[in-house]
Design a protein around this ligand. Structure first.
Ligand SMILES: [Zn+2]
Length: 362
């Protein structure tokens, strides 16, 4: 992929490669002139994630000279759906750090702001971007909700039986035509530079006529063309991405059944858990695997014996309510049994050891 042959220091550019399922961005340079370690509230903070966090392909950060950077197709939209917009710091950490603030310049036609080439200091940069965020916060929350509603319909996240048989692009079209939500208004601030055959000439024009014909026939599709979008309006950017995604079969947006974040499955299409890295813990997909492991544990004999014994002891107490010692013993037993079971789940002791312990302490 080549950068558009125009200056990209003023605006936000993006384009897609549907063959490799990637999206590319070029953002203005000034955003990256602030330090990476920001002195915020007199504390040194790193507002950026490390390269390997959050993105699956590794964020090609412009400052690291991988310019433009690319991510998996749909990541910008997914990040925005998942962004925590409650305050500047967390919004920056969950979304803006990756894309900058110029994508808000045309979000609201009544709110105009300029971004400088260089803020000189981190404090100045943070002051300016915090103000932009605060002023546009309501718009952003609205936009996020509108997009969530649209995605819920297009990807049938409510599992509506009547919608099941239709494709994402069919639902996308109807959602817009029937003017459900505001999505249908979001296409306006997107300026598209068409991909051209002249660019293809530069890329593959040296191949022979029949080589090219053969290649096209083997791929059984038209030559993939990639238009370049320019937009400083987050709503239009999300619209363009959603349109592109809805045309891509077997590439659904899902809602994680553990954490509720929106994701596109990386392995199987019917995956129900996301694999976003969570701080200091396992991904939901790993937790999901763990949960089904604990489900299986419930079937085993130690757990069966535990439940039976629990019931017996519980019934004894109910029959003999005045016996406080029995109640106390039960509480102690419960606590110890739970510890044993937890140890078993962690693999510290075996199922048999737990079973023996329960039999001994009936
Ligand atoms: Zn999750």
């Amino acid at each position: 992929m080549e950068l558009p042959e125009v200056t990209f220091f003023e605006d936000f550019y993006f384009w897609f490669n549907l063959d490799t399922k990637k999206e590319y961005y070029a953002t203005p340079l000034y955003f990256y002139k602030a330090d990476f370690h920001l002195d915020y509230d007199n504390k040194v903070r790193d507002v950026y994630y490390k390269e390997t966090e959050v993105t699956d392909n590794g964020l090609k950060h412009p400052a690291s000279l991988y310019f433009p950077f690319h991510e998996r197709l749909g990541m910008l939209l997914l990040r925005f759906l998942n962004a925590d917009l409650s305050n500047f710091e967390i919004a920056n950490k969950t979304f803006f750090y990756a894309y900058g603030f110029e994508i808000l310049r045309d979000l609201d036609k009544n709110y105009k702001f300029e971004l400088k080439q260089n803020y000189g200091s981190n404090q100045e940069y943070l002051k300016a971007t915090t103000k932009i965020f605060e002023d546009l916060k309501e718009n952003l929350l609205d936009l996020q909700q509108e997009l969530i509603n649209a995605v819920t319909y297009i990807y049938n996240l409510d599992n509506n039986k009547a919608l099941e048989k239709y494709t994402y692009s069919e639902r996308f079209a109807v959602y817009l035509i029937k003017r459900m939500g505001k999505l249908y208004t979001y296409y306006k601030n997107d300026f598209i530079m068409r991909d051209s055959y002249s660019r293809k000439y530069q890329e593959i024009g040296n191949n022979s006529e029949y080589d090219l014909l053969e290649t096209l026939q083997n791929k059984n599709q038209v030559l993939s063309m990639s238009d370049t979008h320019t937009s400083n309006d987050l709503s239009s950017i999300c619209y363009a991405i959603l349109e592109e995604l809805s045309k891509t079969p077997n590439y659904p947006i899902k809602k994680c059944q553990n954490c509720g974040m929106y994701f596109v499955p990386t392995s199987k299409v019917d995956e129900i858990y996301c694999d976003y890295p969570k701080e200091n813990s396992k991904t939901c997909r790993e937790l999901g695997a763990f949960q089904s492991y604990t489900e299986r544990l419930k079937q085993n004999k130690a757990m069966g014996e535990y439940r039976r014994t629990y019931q017996q002891k519980f019934m004894q107490i109910r029959k003999d309510k005045s016996n406080t010692k029995l109640g106390k013993d039960f509480e102690t037993w419960k606590k110890q049994a739970k510890e044993k079971i937890n140890d078993m789940k962690k693999g510290k002791i075996t199922e048999n050891e737990v079973y023996e312990w329960i039999m001994k302490n009936k």
